[in-house]
Design a protein around this ligand. Sequence first.
Ligand code: ATP
Ligand code: MG
Length: 294
Amino acid sequence: MELLEEEIIEKYQNDALQIREAIEAYQKGEYLTIDEYINKGKDNKGKDNKRKNMKISKSHPRYESLKTREKLVAGFKEGYVAINGLLAQGRGECFDYLLNEKTQNFALEAERAAVALLLLSKSPVISVNGNVAALCSREICKLAKILKCSVETNLFYWTKEREEIIEKILKKIYDNILTEKTKKIPNMDSKRADVSEYFYNADVVLVPLEDGDRAGALVKMGKKVIAIDLNPMSHTSQNATISIADNIVRAIPNMITFAMAMKNLSRDELEEIVKSFNNKKNLMDAINFIKGKI
Ligand code: ATP
Ligand code: MG
């Protein structure tokens, strides 16, 4: 609670009343009502409402984080985010806290190198799971469109129903969604091994919030694997070709900006960007940043 209070004080430096109100709200645990206010939000009037609305204003110190949680909870209620996906988000949040909940320079460098690699790719694919779909379907599809990528679902906790819901969400936004899974990733025995022929042959894959063993299996197939994972020590980050230690809700919009700025660069220029990027060093920078924070 102490750290949280410090954050609130920093945020509302000049407004003692807001500081007090925000801290009181935290202490009462009222911030949980954000669900009601972000998703429905319009059904209140009067004094109480005024106070609660203050809590979800964009200047709220935990606004982004709470909004992100709400998107996952909504995805869970709609039947396509696995309950374990909520745990994964919690795991990520812990590392995000240690990264100051900001895109640090090392992440920005990795995002730039990842975009260069995707632009150089002949057959790039972006893999989407339930959390990714809930947090940034629209942004993923926008990035895919600029980079001319295919998009394919892959679920750790697979059910036909969840897969179909996510495919339906994606198909509404983007027309290049791969759904015919006729191939298997070698040396994997779960449903996660099932991929389309196009994915099977892809040279570069972007796998946000991926599990370590699948990331490793994809590298073993000879693919260049780009991971987005807040934990620079995870098996996924350690296995990937390019590891982006950033929150997906910031990483994908950053990559969209890079993609728009870089899409007309020559192959030589793109290759130079990829060549000058050192994933091991970048991961060490992320780990050292976290060490410094502790
Ligand atoms: P690994 O198997 O790779 O060692 P893990 O078992 O620690 O990873 P999982 O539970 O498999 O982790 O997957 C969750 C991973 O996704 C965590 O490493 C977490 O940091 C990351 N993560 C969760 N939410 C986000 C997010 N919003 N943005 C980026 N990364 C996230
Ligand atoms: Mg794991």
